[in-house]
Design a protein around this ligand. Structure first.
Ligand code: ACM
Length: 380
């Protein structure tokens, strides 16, 4: 068992790392994850902290740079003496941090949907895996728009792996992928011109986008500028949230589709309170999204586990995390003790002119995490 600075005298704060890009091309969405983390910490501290001790965030800005994610995570776990980190949006940043938390026995709480097919005893995954978003989205698209898909993505691990899975799902439904293009993570507007010309040539039934960050805004704006119509050929995504829709312009985003565990428009009292607190803290015009929500509820789940463990030592804390349930704004969620992924809800939303999502379809209960698509494959 390690003897870190955090496990000192009664009354000393619980120091935790917060590692989201607050600058660079991923800040558009990662800043909201930072906010979700901070709101939860503030709520917990307002009611007296955990076992009488305040949570103190140690905040770094890795600036959308994977090398900085890795070096800052290492600094947190060594020089800062931390063991728990809340952080990462892109799968490439998570994969940069993974060997550091494994080697130094930290615990990374990762609040972002991703491509699945990963397990680390040093990561708690609280976003959706493909069986919780891609499968429902594919089904909905084939039923409502058709089975000729076009893939456009940012060029890194999540889009390439997510497209590999989506290609299989489309094929299982008798469909085909008529184009697949990638743009740089920090793409410029003109990077999307050739993509749009190709889409106009192919005229697919649906565009599946795995573009992330600020480039998302450019993709949808270019689509709009090229005169394409979401009523006939929507862009469908797992990553385009209320944050990106606001940034691109609600008129540009209107009619496009996203699959996610959470939308701000969910109607329940827990979510109403969450949205009210978020707006009170960050501005009445601000919107929540699936990434804020996961960042928020995972801190609350951490605090519950910490209350039982009364130490930040990963070896003691982690068993308290596994199997935990929490009444989150999306509904009840649970961390599956077998795979350290979270049972989350599956929803499909269509963006409206007000920048919110109208929920078109949702699961009746949380969908069991199946990051290796084992149960999903057995069912085919
Ligand atoms: C992602 O890179 N996991 C969205």
């Amino acid at each position: 068992m390690s003897h870190r600075k955090n496990d000192g005298l009664l009354g000393e704060p619980w120091r935790v790392g917060v590692l989201f890009s607050r600058s660079g091309f991923m800040a558009l969405i990662e800043e909201t994850q930072y906010r979700g983390t901070m709101i939860a910490i503030e709520e917990i501290n307002a009611r007296g902290g955990v076992n009488g001790r305040e949570i103190v965030p140690v905040v770094y800005d890795p600036a959308s740079d994977n090398a900085l994610f890795r070096s800052q995570a290492r600094r947190m776990l060594t020089e800062e003496g931390l063991s728990t980190i809340f952080g990462c949006y892109t799968s490439s940043s998570r994969k940069s941090v993974l060997p550091v938390v494994e080697r130094l026995n930290g615990l990374l709480w990762y609040p972002t949907l991703y491509e699945g097919f990963e397990f680390s005893p040093n990561i708690i995954y609280t976003g959706a895996a493909p069986n919780q978003n891609s499968m429902a989205l594919c089904e909905y698209l084939v039923e409502n728009y058709g089975s000729r898909f076009y893939f456009v993505g940012s060029d890194y691990v999540y889009p390439r792996e997510s497209n590999r899975i989506m290609r299989e799902l489309v094929a299982e439904r008798g469909g085909q992928v008529v184009g697949e293009r990638y743009v740089p993570l920090n793409a410029r507007r003109q990077d999307f011109f050739a993509v749009m010309h190709d889409i106009k040539r192919q005229m697919p039934d649906v565009i599946f986008s795995t573009v992330v960050g600020s480039a998302t805004v450019l993709l949808y704006q270019t689509y709009h500028d090229f005169g394409l119509n979401p009523a006939n050929m929507p862009i469908a995504s797992l990553t385009t949230t209320e944050a990106e829709i606001r940034a691109m312009g609600c008129d540009v985003g209107e009619g496009h589709l996203t699959a996610a565990p959470y939308f701000q428009s969910i109607s329940n009292s827990r979510n109403d309170n969450f949205v009210r607190r978020y707006r009170a803290r960050y501005g009445e015009d601000e919107a929540t999204n699936m990434c804020v929500e996961a960042a928020y509820f995972q801190v609350h789940m951490f605090a519950r586990a910490l209350e039982c463990a009364n130490t930040l030592d990963t070896d003691v804390l982690r068993p308290m995390v596994l199997g935990q349930s929490f009444e989150a704004p999306q509904g009840e969620v649970r961390i599956d003790p077998k795979c350290s992924h979270t049972n989350v809800w599956s929803r499909i939303g269509r963006a409206t002119r007000s920048g919110q999502f109208e929920i078109l379809r949702q699961s009746l209960s949380p969908v069991l995490a199946d990051p290796y698509l084992i149960a999903a494959r057995a069912a085919v």
